[in-house]
Structure formats: C-alpha cells, structure tokens
Design a protein around this ligand. Structure first.
Ligand code: NAP
Length: 277
C-alpha cells in the first residue's frame, strides 16, 4: 500500500495517476475533505489533517510507502506516526532552496524535515524541486479579470519544473530499486522568465495579457500584506533578487531517472490554459 499525501495537489494528483499507470498496487490518497477529492476509481480516499497528527494514524495503517509533502503540521510527529505505523520508505518533497539558499527561513525548515526523516530509521528519498510551473496559477485570477499583471524580476528566468515531472520521479522512487538514501535536485529543461511565461499563456489564450514589470519595493508592499515581511523577502530573493548559479542551473535529473525528457513550461500551459479563461 502506498499512501500519497497532498493527493489533491499539483504533484499528488499526478502521482496517483502515475502510480495507477505503473500498476503499483493498492493506493491511498490523503485529503482533509474526501467529498471534494475526485480520485480515480481504485484509489482509496482517506481523511487526515497534518495539523492534527492523530487523524493520520488510520490513514497510515497498512501503508508500506509514503509520499510526503511537509511543513503543514508537526513534521516530527508526522514522521514518527509513519514509523510507528510500519512505513518502510518515505519519499519527501523538500526544496532546492536547501542547497541554493540555506540561510533563508523556508530552507532551514525544509532541511530540518529532511534531517528528521534521515534520522527516522525508515528508508528515504528526498526530492528538492525548483520553482513549480503551477506557480503561474497565482496570476490566473488577474488574467481572467483582464487586469494588468504586475510582476517583479520580469526578465530573470528560472528552470521552472512541471509538477508532473516531480510526480514521475516520485513514482520511480516508490516503485523501482536504487532510490533509497538518495537526494535529487530537480529542475525543468530550460530557464523561463515571467515575461515568457505570461507570453505563453497569452498565446494559448489567443489574446494579449497586459503586463507591467514592477520594482522589488512595489512587489514587497503588495506581497507583505498577505505573506508577511520575511516571507515576502524570501520569495523576492528566490524569484530574482538573490539568484545564484545553483538556482539557475538546468539539471538532467528528471530525464536520467524517468528516461523521458523533462516537460516544458509550454506543455504545462497547454494542459492548464482553462484555468486562465
Ligand atoms: N510551489 C513551489 O514552487 C514549490 C517549490 C518547492 C517545494 N514546494 C512544496 O511542494 C509541496 C506540494 O506542492 P503542490 O503544488 O503539489 O501542492 P498544492 O497543489 O499546493 O496542494 C496542497 C496539498 O496539500 C494538502 N494539504 C494542505 N494542508 C493540509 C493539511 N493541513 N493536512 C493535510 N493535507 C494538507 C492539500 O490537500 P487537501 O486540501 O485535499 O486537504 C493539497 O493536496 C508543498 O508542500 C510545497 O511546500 C513547492
């Protein structure tokens, strides 16, 4: 039995499909609301909330492998619950910031979860993806309302990754040998700037999307309202204000592990253009 957490999310939903296609055996998807989750036939939906570790016990019962998204509750308690339930192997989604920006708060937190898992006694595989293509969904409301998008660092390109590629690597790690005690930095196949991303969405929509590059200070004012000062600074550093060679590097990890080239941002747009209409 494989338990997939974040099962309704970008990676988890793709992972469940991937595991079904691979014939990976019994699958369970964790969600806080089974009524909203639309899992495929054959996937058992289980209720659980990371914020209340006790709710995870029934979900973990009988699971031998766990796909874990983190930092949504007490990761120490969650990893201990998995160990007690008899989980043998955990595939963890961490972040490339652990190696590119270890001084930032979110990177510290991800590193702490990695260490908890490595010390747990369970086998582990750690995935460190870069920025997701699906982050473009943050713009979807403004694009649907035909508002001007206001974007900082418009011409700095990062090797954005399609979440389905993270799922493909997770699928390989969960079903093939040779992935225990491995840490994989994952990127897309090319760097894409925000201006190019919006251009790809505009082309797919068949209309112009009004776009304005804005300064860091302007972006910080707008983001700090809902993220807080520190998180807004971290996002701005990671999206252009303090990028470094490690973050900009295009890696071949996805194709090496899956045997298939990493998906492009363009492919993600083609699959998700409905979200911007
Ligand atoms: N976006 C990026 O650029 C980036 C980069 C590196 C790492 N990451 C990490 O990647 C992970 C997965 O991202 P994603 O895009 O696949 O997820 P997502 O689409 O944002 O969905 C979030 C998932 O987490 C679940 N969830 C949220 N709060 C929960 C809680 N309290 N208890 C149990 N489940 C909860 C949701 O399930 P329900 O709503 O169904 O309960 C949903 O399935 C995240 O943890 C994120 O930190 C993201």
């Amino acid at each position: 039995m494989i338990l997939v957490t974040g099962a309704t999310g970008n990676i988890g939903s793709a992972l469940l499909k991937e595991l079904q296609a691979l014939g990976a055996g019994p699958l369970r998807g964790l969600t806080r609301d089974t009524a909203r989750a639309a899992f495929a036939e054959g996937v058992e939906a289980v209720v659980g909330d990371f914020a209340e570790t006790a709710t995870l016990k029934p979900a973990m019962r009988g699971a031998r492998s766990l796909f874990l998204v983190s930092r949504l509750g007490s990761d120490a308690e969650i990893i201990e619950a998995a160990r007690q339930a008899g989980v043998e192997h955990v595939v963890l989604v961490s972040s490339i910031t652990v190696q590119t920006h270890p001084h930032l708060g979110p990177a510290h937190e991800n590193l702490a979860v990695e260490q908890l898992l490595q010390d747990s006694g369970m086998a582990w595989t750690i995935l460190r993806p870069t920025q997701f293509a699906s982050n473009a969904l943050w713009w979807s409301g403004a694009i649907r309302r035909h508002e001007t998008l206001r974007v900082p660092y418009a011409d700095i390109g990062l090797p954005t990754i399609h979440p389905a590629d993270i799922a493909s690597v997770a699928g390989a790690a969960l079903t093939q040998s040779g992935h225990h005690e491995r840490t994989y930095a994952l990127t897309g196949p090319e760097r894409v700037t925000p201006r190019q991303q919006v251009g790809a969405v505009a082309t797919a929509l068949g209309r112009q999307v009004p776009f304005a590059g804005i300064s860091r200070a302007e972006a910080h004012r707008e983001m700090a309202d809902f993220l807080g000062d520190e998180a807004a600074d971290a996002v701005l550093d990671l999206t252009g204000g303090d990028v470094n060679d490690e973050l900009l590097k295009v890696r071949d990890t996805v194709s090496r592990i899956t045997g298939t080239p990493a998906r492009t941002f363009q492919q993600w747009v083609t699959e998700n253009v409905h979200a911007f209409r």
